[in-house]
Ligand binder design. Sequence first.
Ligand code: ADP
Length: 144
Amino acid sequence: MYKTVLVPIDISENELTQRVVAHVEALAKLHDTYVHFLTVIPSYPYYTTLGVTYPAGLPDIEEMKRNTSAAFTEVIKRFNLPEDRIMPHIMTGTPKEQILKLADSLDADLIIIGSHRPSATTFLLGSNAAAVVRHATCLVLVVR
Ligand code: ADP
């Protein structure tokens, strides 16, 4: 039933990720679940629309990917899950778009997402979480 679960991770938000951990573990214990973790490195569409190549001074995307990959591996270790049931994905772009796209291509049964950064108190749902709730074609579990 919950065979394919997608867990989008903002690697800069440890506290938010921590809230999600217990729910992912509990679900995976009950079902033969494959947990796909996704972290999205935001791209700089502004520069590409202008047709400008990245000037020196902007973060080197390859270096960002390497750093992200190391941090992402550490975050995933905090989930107590069988290694052969874990799949990491790193993408660039807009988090909400990439989350929805991967959910579709995996034909995910469920997305488990944190509601918003604990520091951002204005909204009950962050912009990525809101877009996922609104547009996903599968179940979404919002962890508050
Ligand atoms: P806020 O606007 O408060 O940061 P978001 O909607 O961006 O709230 O974050 C809620 C959830 O969205 C996070 O728990 C995470 O699951 C997902 N998310 C946010 N940013 C990313 C990202 N860069 N990569 C993958 N998932 C993300």
